[in-house]
Design a protein around this ligand. Sequence first.
Ligand code: ATP
Length: 318
Amino acid sequence: MMADARRTNRVGCGQYRQDPETPLPGDLGMIASVTSDAAIEVRGLRKVYGDIEAVRGIDFTVRRGEIFGLLGPNGAGKTTTVEVLEGYRDASAGDVCVLGYDPARRERALRERVGIVLQSCGVYRHVSVREVLTHWAGLYPHPRDVQEVIELTGLGEKADARTRQLSGGQLRRLDLALALIGDPELIFLDEPTTGFDPAARRSAWNTIRSLKALGKTVLLTTHYLDEAQELCDRVAIIKGGEIIAEGAPSELGVGGEIRYKVAYRNGSGELTSQETDDPTTVLFELTRGALDRGERLEELSVTRPSLEDVYLELTADE
Ligand code: ATP
């Protein structure tokens, strides 16, 4: 980290230059060009660890008020990217802007507006849920009401329990509660439902949806593609440090094309299916042929690929 910081010079809002000899035009602090509806702007972000190029010049924008998902296989570069945005890691090159600030400067004004749920988070073990939240609330200028956060995160029954008595899933809910207590505008959720039982996941999804309803922006990383499909307005899929697809979960396709599956049971009772990017024509031809022959197409269905189907195809190794 220190080596990265020495190798690069920062300009404006998180812009990194690799040439330390070139004079800098001053320390601008905030980028002037940040568009008003962008909560996060990333341009040409690179991160090198020794000889590993973990992030290879990625660009994306997270709009204010949306839930944006960062997806990708293990080691793709998601955590590295998020840690640069959170200000925990310096970039090797590129331009990063979070709510108009350069996160690498770790300014208090930005930290007060951001909530972070890390993959694992330590809390004091001998205090109650309510006490730890009340303590954290005191660190922020405009915290949310503690009881409201307890209810929002489904911790009502455990509000007075010591944190050491919480289950793994309940501790993750406490992590989420701690991220929300400062009433942040932007929330980073790094695999927020890992270890949750199915009912707890659904309830966490409702909490995350309610954040969006409150106008918050959420950057979510997850390996659960149903979670991304349910929650995200847009996703970016990262593989090998590069973004290989980006868009609304329902609009993502392989090679930019959505391959629908048209299936039916034919006259001999066999299930037949075909893939097409033009289901209207395929359905018309199939149904016209069947009607001409006086047949019914049993179990006729048209399905679009799920985010998981597209993801698996896009990230499959050659
Ligand atoms: P996961 O889904 O497993 O959490 P990820 O997409 O978050 O993976 P990163 O943790 O960003 O991936 O890692 C990207 C690459 O950078 C990997 O090859 C990883 O081994 C490497 N890497 C991450 N952190 C370091 C580090 N501190 N030092 C050296 N290499 C690192």
